[in-house]
Design a protein around this ligand. Structure first.
Ligand code: G3H
Ligand code: 13P
Ligand code: ZN
Length: 311
């Protein structure tokens, strides 16, 4: 099966009240850990590449790794550009074999966001590629852009119909209280996503796929493992998994997870070196890291996203 777009996946996810996991990939072990877990439980997948990942690993290497995963797993896999920040970057990924791109002009004024998104949609649709756009801004760090909690804002539901009809984007990321990275909420507080905003958006856009960024739940066992093995992470708090489950049962069809993969990988490697201080063969420490990613992704698919056996 070749790489696919998310059109069919999202339709089934919307009607079936589940979500597809969109996991960020940066190297071979991450691609293998994610795709081997998805293959075991027959789950459709979105593998996403950020501008930073592309700069780190090179477009061709990442494309070929994902193509290898398609051959090995025979799963429906979407290759998606995460947080494209310009028409030129989106065009380069469309020309280079991606099946989906995100144009993130959410920090720009409404009118400019529409114009930039519309430009990408026209080019993408001419080439059979789908487009995710964003309205509202999330707090946190992505590539060089650092949005503080004060600057972030929830999506205004009254803007979504005009935005989607004028841009003709295929899915829409909205801000309902999640943020990027491992420090999403103040330790000791009870995180609460704005489901009222999601409901209002869904009512205004019936059948339209919504995307949730910043959806890592920051497993405390990994934070603990990092800190017990030489790390120094202050109170890191993520999105409770029951709230992700609820979002997946609503209009959210794509849930983005990156930080949890980083935590799993880093915690495992730190622990490995504590236990094997004299080792220096990368295969010895990357193997358990890959396994940790596998276990985490399997858990997300089966216990949170609900997309097991939906491939
Ligand atoms: O939303 C951002 C993703 O976690 C990607 O992070 O830009 O550091 O690759 P990155
Ligand atoms: P996390 O930082 O919560 O994993 O979010 C990832 C993301 O939204 C990628 O676009
Ligand atoms: Zn994101």
């Amino acid at each position: 099966m070749p790489l696919v777009t998310s059109t069919e996946m999202f339709k089934k996810a919307y009607d079936g009240h589940y979500a597809i996991g969109a996991f960020n990939v940066n190297n071979m072990e991450i691609v293998q850990g994610i795709t081997e877990a998805a293959a075991e439980v027959h789950a459709p997948l979105i593998l996403q590449v950020s501008k930073g990942a592309r700069a780190y690993a090179n477009h061709t290497y990442l494309i070929k790794l994902v193509e290898a995963a398609v051959i090995e797993t025979d799963l429906p896999i979407v290759l998606h550009l995460d947080h494209g920040d310009s028409f030129e970057l989106c065009k380069s990924c469309i020309d280079g074999g991606f099946t989906s791109v995100m144009i993130d002009a959410s920090s720009k004024p409404f009118k400019e966001n529409i114009e930039e998104t519309r430009r990408v949609v026209e080019y993408a649709h001419e080439h059979g590629v789908v487009v995710e756009a964003e309205l509202g801004t999330l707090a946190g760090i992505e590539d060089e852009v650092n949005v503080s909690a004060e600057e972030s804002s929830y999506t205004h539901p009254e803007q979504v119909e005009e935005f989607v009809s004028r841009t003709e984007c295929d899915s829409l990321a909205i801000a309902i209280g999640t943020s990027h990275g491992a420090y999403k909420f103040k330790p000791g507080t009870k995180p609460q996503l704005r489901f009222d905003v999601l409901e209002d958006v869904a009512r205004r856009l019936p059948g339209f796929p919504i995307v949730l960024h910043g959806a890592s739940s920051v497993p405390q066992e990994y934070v603990k493992m990092i800190n017990e093995n030489g790390g120094d992470m202050p109170g890191a708090v993520g999105v409770p998994e029951d709230q992700l489950r609820k979002a997946a049962s609503m209009a959210v069809c794509k849930i983005n997870i990156d930080s949890d993969l980083r935590l799993a990988m880093t915690a495992t490697i730190r622990q490995y070196f504590t236990q094997h201080p004299a080792d220096f063969d990368p295969r010895q420490y990357l193997k358990p890291a890959r396994q940790a990613i596998h276990d985490l992704v399997r858990h997300k698919i089966v216990d949170v996203l609900g997309c097991e056996n939906k491939a």
